[in-house]
Design a protein around this ligand. Structure first.
Ligand SMILES: NC(=O)c1ccc[n+]([C@@H]2O[C@H](COP(=O)([O-])OP(=O)(O)OC[C@H]3O[C@@H](n4cnc5c(N)ncnc54)[C@H](OP(=O)(O)O)[C@@H]3O)[C@@H](O)[C@H]2O)c1
Length: 347
């Protein structure tokens, strides 16, 4: 079968398409004939040698895909050959066939296209886990989404709107914010592409606070109202770097900061802005509840599919590349040019 192979960590141009042996489904696994696979930022990190997870070479990247069930390993129930399925993977998605663990495979509803299915699960479930399991986002609260034009960021905007939050999207270009507004952002803000400087960070905090609407008058002990309690109830941050500090300072009283990813670098976040507002910082790792609370995952997935059917949660696919040109899609993410989702098709 043909597959995209990483033999040496480095830029996307290192990735090559070649024939490799087809994988075999072991016990509890499903062999899938892949139709499409989405490029996630983690693929850029892993093939670039920057992943926090140990990766062995040669490696076929690809952490989510959609296709048709071709064979079932021993003990797999609930699936049949020919089913349309989406799956989450450790790697291997950019290939004509992939083997996935059955508990990380879901049937694609009839109303969802194969390409949308390939770009749906990771951004949606990560965001569901972030906003609701960790962030406890509620109707009427305010949500700030950094990286608002990214695959994950657009899911956050759509889910925030779906539950009745007021959503502000911030991103590095007007083009990306157009997508954010299309996804339902109530207000948007362009931030600078470089946020290493403290003055720029302070300016960003003040610009963001102008857009925040939650403002609670809070009394701490004998001290009068804390005037800077204005801010966002929830910050969804898939960007990190210098943006994190600026956004954390724009949290409201009892705000929740959701650290989803570090595309701009691992942030050095000071605790001060959290302490003064009874705010909390949450690291977002959706794999943990996936293994521990299967019933909650089932609830989340059925809600996500329902929102898709209602048109409230749709991946925005802006580029599609054939497998032979997948490295061009990787290049878009690496160069910060990708908007919404970039998908690779096998046929
Ligand atoms: N915790 C988890 O399990 C989990 C799961 C899924 C995704 N994530 C994280 O969520 C984030 C978004 O993921 P995604 O797959 O949606 O990726 P993506 O579409 O490529 O989005 C990454 C965003 O990061 C921003 N960015 C800032 N500096 C960048 C740089 N130097 N290079 C590239 N992008 C940069 C860009 O927005 P601006 O240009 O507007 O700043 C870009 O839209 C990533 O950090 C990813 O690792 C985490």
């Amino acid at each position: 079968m043909r597959a995209l192979v990483c033999k040496e960590f480095g830029p996307p141009e290192n990735l090559i398409v070649e024939d490799v042996p087809e994988p075999v489904a072991g016990p509890g696994q499903i062999l899938i004939s892949v139709a499409a696979a989405c490029i996630n930022f983690t693929d850029v990190l892993s093939t670039g040698g920057r992943s926090q997870l140990a990766r062995e070479l040669p490696m076929i990247p690809g952490v989510e895909a959609a296709g048709i069930v071709k064979a079932l390993g021993a003990g797999v129930a609930g699936f049949s050959v020919g089913d349309r399925v989406l799956c989450q993977l450790m790697h291997g998605g950019f290939a004509e066939r992939v083997v996935a663990n059955a508990d990380e495979v879901a049937k694609i509803p009839d109303f969802m296209t194969m390409e949308d299915a390939s770009a749906f699960y990771i951004a949606s479930f990560t965001t569901w886990h972030a906003l609701f399991s960790r962030g406890a986002l509620k109707a009427g609260e305010s949500l700030l989404v950094l990286g608002a034009g990214s695959g994950a960021g657009l899911a956050a905007i759509q889910m925030g709107r779906a539950v009745g939050a007021r959503v502000v999207g911030a991103a590095s270009s007007e083009e990306k914010l157009e997508l954010a507004r299309d996804a339902g952002a109530d207000a948007t803000f362009v931030y600078p592409r470089d946020m290493t400087d403290v003055t720029a960070q302070k300016q960003l905090t003040s610009d963001l606070l102008e857009l925040a609407t939650s403002s609670r008058s809070v009394t701490i002990g004998q001290i009068n109202s804390v005037r800077n309690a204005a801010g966002f109830d929830v910050v969804y941050d898939g960007v990190g770097g210098g943006y994190a500090e600026a956004a954390a300072r724009a949290l409201a009283w009892e705000g929740r900061y959701l650290s989803v990813g570090f595309a701009a670098g691992v942030p050095k976040l000071s605790i001060g802005p959290l302490l003064f507002k009874n705010a909390t910082l949450h690291g977002i790792q959706p794999s943990e509840p996936e293994t521990r609370h299967p019933a909650r995952i089932a609830d989340a997935v059925s809600q996500m599919f329902a929102w898709y059917e209602e048109g409230k949660l749709r991946p925005r696919i802006t580029e599609t590349w054939p497998l032979e040109q997948a490295q061009k899609g990787f290049r878009q993410l690496l160069d910060r040019k990708a908007m919404g989702r970039v998908v690779v098709t096998m046929t």
